[in-house]
Write a protein that binds this ligand. Structure first.
Ligand code: LLP
Length: 430
């Protein structure tokens, strides 16, 4: 099912033409399809229902309350990595018991909040963190339900910056050391070691690394049982990669079969934490072409969206499909025109794409970056004092702003000039 398609020559989100949204809210704008979010969630839920796998949506992909709320209404739990994400998940209606706290550096305040609200599980990433959790739990007089995140030393075959399951990555506890860490954890009065967690990276487009990692986890669970540490839950980490540029994505039923084959027979509660595959294809970033600049060797399309709005191309050399909102005329004489698509920010890294065929594009034309629903708005910054994108949710023929673009006043409201500063000197007119 496609939720972004040309109808009558105009790119739509569900039943709403994107030019209508741009006219109403301005650009840059992130536009999310509620039905796409639901369909992507159900793709997991339907395939994994038989195995009773709990789906804890990874908020880091897109933390807009309306997005979390859409998924909460479908029955999603949450995977969070900060107190802020934990509070967002709860604010969107997810019960703390359905929330997993992941992340390599939880502060004592994070841990305290998690235990106070009754978090479902904390994934422990290091031995000092285990001690911190035990300590905070003891002070609060609470029991901390924990899983140990193991590092299975599996290469996920993804971009270096988002691979997490190799020995040299900062994540998890070496799987060979896990039995002794579990034994330590079991000895703490206020810690309940309930599970093991694994996450080897993001944007995986092959099942083989999952199979290797889950296989090692299953082996560990059996070893621990023999050691008298009966685990009840396994957290399988993030979800499948997505088709940004024609990547072949494994079928969900093959993924489900793999889960069943590797960890299905252990009698554990299973959880996955997909983010990208739920939110990514469900969103676009809408931008306006400010200028077409003819360089000596290049033709630049300069947009009103910059790397501060969508950093993935600058940070990971990521490829996002870019579609003009007005469907290009396949018969136009200049249909093969290519553009370097850039933002307005003052550095050359602010380049979204090179030599992109976009049909003839003119100043004022709207374009959409596809698959921008995940790791888009959440990674935005205020660089160059840019206010950022507005966020919109579409449902059928309706749409609503779900996160406003901040006003200038809001962007400076937390700043002060210390009273002891020298007042501004009147400058001559430039
Ligand atoms: N669970 C854990 C512990 C994770 O670290 C992640 C992602 C996920 C779940 C969700 O994985 P997903 O289903 O989205 O693959 N900013 C990067 C992606 C970073 C992913 C970090 N961890 C990007 O734009 O590609």
């Amino acid at each position: 099912m496609t939720f972004f398609s040309y109808r009558g020559g105009i790119l739509h989100a569900e039943d709403v033409p994107l030019d209508r949204i741009a006219a109403a809210v301005g650009t840059p704008a992130y536009v999310y399809s509620r039905q796409a979010l639901i369909a992507n969630y159900r793709n997991y839920a339907d395939a994994l229902d038989r195995l009773s796998v709990r789906i804890c949506y990874a908020l880091k992909a897109n933390d807009a309350l309306a997005v979390i709320g859409t998924l909460a209404a479908e029955g999603a739990g949450a995977d969070v990595v900060s107190a802020g994400e934990l509070r967002r998940a709860m604010a969107a209606g997810i019960s703390p018991s359905a929330i997993i706290f992941s992340g390599v550096g939880k502060s004592r305040d994070d841990i305290r909040l998690a235990l106070e609200v009754g978090i479902g599980q904390i994934n422990v990433e290091s031995i000092p963190e285990l001690h911190a959790i035990a300590n905070v739990a003891a002070k609060l007089g609470k029991r901390a339900p924990i899983a140990i995140r193991v590092n299975p030393d599996v290469d996920a075959g993804t971009h270096d910056k988002i691979t997490t399951g190799r020995k040299e990555n900062k994540f998890g506890i070496d799987i060979d050391r896990a039995p002794s860490v579990f034994a330590d954890a079991a000895a703490f009065d206020h810690v309940d070691p309930i599970g093991v967690a694994v996450h080897i990276g993001s944007q995986l487009t092959s099942l083989a690394p999952f199979e290797a990692a889950y296989g090692r986890v299953a082996e560990l669970v059996r070893t621990l049982r023999n050691d008298g540490i009966p685990l009840t839950s396994i957290d399988l980490g993030g979800g499948m990669g997505i088709d940004y540029q024609g990547e072949a994505i494994p079928e969900m039923r093959d993924y489900a079969a793999l889960i069943e084959r590797t960890v299905g027979g252990l009698g554990c509660h299973l959880t996955i934490e997909p983010g990208r595959s739920i939110a990514g294809p469900a969103g676009v970033l809408l931008a306006t072409t400010l200028y077409i600049k003819e360089g000596d060797s290049r033709r630049f399309a300069i947009l009103d969206a910059g790397m501060n709005d969508l950093i993935r191309p600058a940070l990971y050399e990521a490829w996002h499909d870019i579609q003009p909102i007005r469907e290009p005329d396949g018969d136009a004489p200049d249909r093969d025109q290519t553009y370097d698509v850039v933002g307005p920010i003052c550095e050359s890294g602010d380049t979204f794409a090179r030599h992109r065929r976009l049909g003839p594009l003119a100043s004022g034309d709207l374009v959409a970056f596809r698959h921008a629903g995940a790791y888009g708005a959440v990674m935005a910054s205020r660089y160059n004092a840019r206010p950022g994108a507005v966020e919109v949710l579409v449902d059928g023929s309706e749409f609503a702003i779900v996160r406003k673009r901040p006003t200038f006043e809001q962007t400076i409201e937390n700043e002060t000039m210390p009273p002891w500063m020298t007042p501004p000197r009147q400058m001559e007119d430039v």
